[in-house]
Design a protein around this ligand. Structure first.
Ligand code: FAD
Length: 405
C-alpha cells in the first residue's frame, strides 16, 4: 500500500488556506493535509481600514475556518505552534505534536512595536490596524477625535515597516470623512513615512505612483514627511530621529514586522528578522522539505533607502506564492518540474474613501514588463465586490479568478 504523505501547513490566512486547497486539488487523497492556525477564523485584512472608519462590522469580514476546511478534506487544528524541529520533521503545539513529510509555513509576521518606545495600542500611545481587535480600538479612538471640532491627526509607518498601504488608505479616507462633515479646514492631517518619497511603497513605486500620490496629497492638503525615522511615541506626540516632533490627538503608526517566534528559534531557517530565505521554488534555502509563502518569506529590498523600508507582500502575491509552493510540493512527490514562485506580479486596490487606486505591477519589483495604475470610483466598487467574492469563495468553494485570485 502506498503511504499517504503527511503535509502540515502553519497559518490560516491568505497563504495557508490557498496552499491547503491547492494541495488538496493537486494531490487528491494521496496526502493527509493538516492546517494549524492560532486563529479560528479567516479575516479579510484588506478591509480592516474600513473597520477603523466604522464602515464595516468585524463579523462581515471574517469566516470561521472549521467548516470550509472540513468540506475540502483538510484537517484543521486551532492551536499555537510553539516549536519546530526540522531534524525530526516535527511541529509542536499546545495540543500535541505533528509529524510531517512536508511542512509549509505561512505564518505571516509578528508586530514589532518594541522597536520604537511608546509605539502600539497595547502598551504605547499609537493605534494600529493589523487585526480586528486593533482596528476596533483604533475606530473608537478615531471616532472620538473626529467628533471634535478641531484636531491633529498623524498617520505613519515606523522604520522598517513593509505593509504601508493601509496608512495611505487611512489618511485619505479620514480626509474624505472630514470633508463630508465640512470640517476638514479645522484638522491637520500628516503622513510620516520611512519611504524615500511618497508613492514608493517599498517597491520603488508603481509606474507614476510617486507623482500621482504627490498630486493627491496636494489636493487633499495632507502634509507628507518622507525619510521619517520615528524613534519615540509619547502620549500626544511622535518624535523623529532628527528631533522634529509631531503633536497629535489621534495617531496610527504601522510597525515593522518580525517573523514568527518559533521560526526565529530554528537555527539557520530564518534571517535575523525571522523571515525565511527561499529558493525560487519557495523551499527553505536550508531545509528542503520546508516551504514558505507570503509574509513569512524573506525578500531583500533591492533599494538602498536612508531609513529602512521593507518589501511588501500583498494578499495577491501571497496567494500566488501559496499556490506555487503547493504546486512544487506536489511536483516533488510526483517527480514533476517545479515553477518559479518568486518573480510574481502584484495587484492591489488602495481605497481613498471617495475614490480608489488600482495598481498592478508585473513583476512586483522593477524593472517590469507591465505596469498599470488607474484612479477612479470604479476601483472602490471593485474592491468592495472583491471582498464579497473572496469571503464567499472561502466559505462555498467558489473557483479562483483567472488572473490569480
Ligand atoms: C490593514 C491591512 C490592509 C491590507 N490591505 C491589502 C490590500 O488592499 N491588498 C492586498 O493585496 N494586501 C493587503 N494587505 C496585505 C495582506 O493582508 C497580506 O499580504 C496577507 O495577509 C498575508 O497573508 P499570510 O498568509 O502570508 O500572513 P497572515 O495574513 O499574517 O497570516 C498568518 C497566519 O499564520 C497564523 N500563525 C502565525 N503564527 C502562528 C503560530 N505560531 N501558530 C499557529 N498559527 C500561527 C496566524 O494565525 C494567521 O492565520 C493588507 C494587510 C493589512 C494588515
Amino acid at each position: 500500500m502506498v503511504q499517504r504523505q503527511r503535509i502540515v501547513i502553519v497559518g490560516g490566512s491568505f497563504g495557508g488556506i490557498n496552499a491547503a486547497c491547492e494541495l488538496r486539488r493537486q494531490l487528491g487523497q494521496q496526502a493527509d493535509i493538516t492546517l494549524i492556525s492560532k486563529e479560528s477564523t479567516f479575516t479579510f485584512t484588506p478591509s480592516l481600514p474600513w473597520l477603523v472608519m466604522g464602515w464595516r462590522k468585524p463579523h462581515s469580514l471574517q469566516v470561521p475556518l472549521v467548516k470550509p476546511l472540513k468540506r475540502r478534506g483538510i484537517r484543521f487544528v486551532h492551536d499555537n505552534v510553539d516549536a519546530l524541529d526540522p531534524e525530526k520533521y516535527l511541529i509542536s503545539a499546545g495540543a500535541g505534536r505533528f509529524p510531517y513529510d512536508m511542512l509549509l509555513l505561512a505564518t505571516g509576521a509578528e508586530l514589532d512595536y518594541a522597536a520604537v518606545p511608546g509605539l502600539g495600542p497595547e502598551t504605547g500611545h499609537t493605534q494600529s490596524i493589523f487585526n480586528v481587535a486593533e482596528a476596533g480600538k483604533a475606530h473608537i479612538a478615531l471616532a472620538e477625535v473626529l467628533g471634535r471640532d478641531r484636531g491633529r491627526i498623524v498617520i505613519g509607518a515606523a522604520p522598517g515597516a513593509s505593509c504601508i498601504g493601509p496608512a495611505y488608505e487611512l489618511v485619505m479616507m479620514i480626509d474624505t470623512v472630514l470633508k463630508r462633515a465640512r470640517k476638514r479646514h479645522r484638522f491637520t492631517l500628516t503622513y510620516l513615512t520611512p519611504e524615500p518619497f511618497i508613492g514608493h511603497f517599498g517597491i520603488g513605486g508603481v509606474g507614476n505612483s510617486p507623482r500621482m500620490v504627490q498630486d493627491e496629497f496636494a489636493f487633499r492638503s495632507i502634509e507628507a514627511v518622507a525619510n521619517a525615522r520615528i524613534v519615540q511615541a509619547e502620549p500626544n506626540r511622535l518624535i523623529l530621529a532628527d528631533g522634529r516632533e509631531y503633536g497629535f490627538d489621534f495617531s496610527l503608526v504601522i510597525p515593522a514586522f518580525l517573523g514568527s517566534a518559533f521560526v526565529r528559534a530554528v537555527s539557520g531557517l530564518a534571517n535575523p528578522k525571522g523571515f525565511i530565505p527561499v529558493t525560487p521554488g519557495l523551499a527553505s534555502a536550508k531545509y528542503p522539505n520546508i516551504y514558505a509563502a507570503g509574509v513569512a518569506v524573506a525578500i531583500p529590498s533591492p533599494f538602498p533607502t536612508t531609513v529602512p523600508v521593507g518589501v511588501p507582500k500583498t494578499g495577491h502575491m501571497t496567494e500566488l506564492m501559496a499556490r506555487a509552493a503547493a504546486h512544487n510540493i506536489a511536483a516533488e512527490f510526483r517527480g514533476r518540474p517545479m515553477i518559479d514562485g518568486l518573480s510574481l506580479p502584484s495587484l492591489c486596490i488602495a481605497d481613498a474613501g471617495d475614490t480608489a487606486f488600482y495598481m498592478s505591477a508585473d513583476p512586483f519589483l522593477p524593472p517590469r514588463n507591465k505596469t498599470i495604475i488607474r484612479r477612479g470610483k470604479w476601483a472602490r466598487y471593485l474592491k468592495l465586490l472583491f471582498e464579497r467574492y473572496y469571503l464567499a469563495r472561502i466559505r462555498y468553494r467558489l473557483p479562483a479568478l483567472a488572473f490569480g485570485w
